[in-house]
Write a protein that binds this ligand. Structure first.
Ligand SMILES: [Zn+2]
Length: 433
């Protein structure tokens, strides 16, 4: 046995379990914990003491190419999506391979340390040199043994409206991008937007790839490209291999149209990714009061049976000067922004940065989960439940990638001297358990 995690709590089951990892880095067995049984003499032993063991976090939407460029060459003064794109367009001219590799790798290191082992990054391909794409392809290879990195060929400045936009998108796919992107609401006209989605789907079908479009990221109730994306997904058969990211215009749609859309999206099988940090920040900037939240219809689409995940999106770039790539932070902000605060909704928010996000990336059950035969990639969270992990915003005590410990965070207790009591550690738990 290569490793054993003893006495862990799993999300699906009550009781405690031992998870045994075979020499090949896969989970050999999951068996009920027996406190009378001696641990094996060889292999790595992790005593879970009832902590929550789950499959790693999944980041369904980040921009590793733009990460860590906030303020370069100038800050985004208006805070809008549009000025962010303009700032990035200037910064993009100075990109080098080393620059992109260093920044992307640093954020991947933060992610790994926080238990994110599957990542979908968008990469701007409206750059005639495709410098960032080549750099990210190199990074993807370098992290292959510990993390899955999917790269979306993302035409930040358009497919139809940017010079040679389609040719650059095709070239990005030829060089090895995993997913085809689009940005229909940024195209010059409605017709250009529709054409851009048709191009993206055709290219994906031609190469057997997935589609993930930045779609309707605008507070314009007239922006209705998600219906086009869903219809193309349905009719092409791409279905759950297609994702609409952001869809913030949906936060402004009227009730009658929303009802129609819920039915269409559920039938189409597409995924939605909501990015609460970015859109709480960017949207509503042209509103007086009342000011819109700028999020998609998270609760309503979940209720309609649509797969919805939460993404972190920007990390210290022109669209968000802050950001840590911490998925529990994303989920916490998302659950408040979308009011997923009911007792059954809080664990749902946790699933939106784990298994629901895994569905966006297309990870199969054989690749993702605490089950025999799956890769032994998991996180041990110092909390008994997803709700407590979210509330306390814990960092994984252990991050294990394919049977090897990748990151460890020892407990760092806060000691409190409370009047009339001996100094004691405080863990923000409920005193009655
Ligand atoms: Zn994005």
């Amino acid at each position: 046995m290569r490793m054993i995690v003893r006495g862990a709590r799993l999300r699906e089951d009550h009781g405690l379990f031992d998870v045994e990892v075979a020499e090949d880095g896969r989970i050999a067995r999951v068996v009920p914990y027996d406190d009378q049984k001696e641990p094996p003499a060889t292999g790595t032993l992790i005593e879970a003491h009832g902590s929550l063991l789950c499959a790693p976090f999944v980041e369904p939407h980040i921009h590793l190419d733009t990460a860590l460029t906030a303020g370069e060459p100038r800050p985004n003064a208006s805070g809008t999506l549009w000025e962010g794109i303009a700032c990035w367009s200037e910064r993009k001219r100075t990109l080098t391979r080393e620059d992109v590799v260093a920044r992307a790798t640093e954020v991947l290191r933060w992610q790994a340390a926080q238990g994110v082992l599957h990542v979908r990054t968008h990469c701007d391909v409206t750059d005639p040199s495709l410098t960032a794409l080549d750099a990210l392809l190199e990074v993807r290879d370098r992290v292959r043994d510990i993390m899955t990195l999917q790269i979306v060929a993302f035409p930040q400045e358009g497919i139809v409206s940017f010079p040679d936009g389609e040719a650059l998108l095709r070239e990005a796919v030829a060089r090895g991008a995993d997913v085809v992107g689009a940005i229909p609401h940024f195209e010059d006209t409605r017709e250009d937007g529709v054409a851009s989605l048709r191009t993206a789907f055709a290219l994906a079908e031609e190469h057997g790839l997935r589609v993930d479009a930045h779609c309707d990221e605008i507070d314009d109730e007239q922006s209705r490209f998600v219906e086009v994306l869903a219809t193309l997904a349905l009719r092409s058969g791409l279905r759950e291999r297609a994702t609409a990211s952001h869809t913030t215009a949906m936060g402004s749609y009227n009730g009658a149209y929303s009802f129609k859309l819920q039915r269409l999206l559920a039938r189409s099988g597409i995924n939605l990714v909501s990015n609460p940090f970015a859109n709480l920040n960017l949207q509503g900037r042209f509103d007086a009061y009342p000011k819109r939240r700028g999020l998609t219809q998270v609760k309503e689409m979940l209720a309609a049976g649509v797969n919805v995940a939460f993404g972190h999106d920007d990390v210290m770039d022109p669209w968000n000067a802050l950001g840590t790539a911490n998925p529990l932070q994303t989920a916490l902000v998302g659950l408040y922004a979308a009011q997923l605060t009911g007792v059954e909704e809080i664990p749902l928010a946790f699933s939106m940065v784990t298994d629901r996000a895994a569905r966006v990336l297309g990870l199969s059950e054989a690749e993702y989960g605490i089950t025999a035969g799956a890769p032994a990639s998991f996180v041990l969270l110092p909390a008994p439940t997803p709700q407590e992990a979210l509330r306390r915003q814990v960092r994984p005590r252990y991050v294990v990638a394919r049977g090897s410990v990748l990151a460890q965070t020892p407990p760092a207790p806060t000691v409190l001297s409370w009047p009339g009591e001996a100094r004691s550690e405080i863990d923000f738990g409920h005193p009655l358990g």
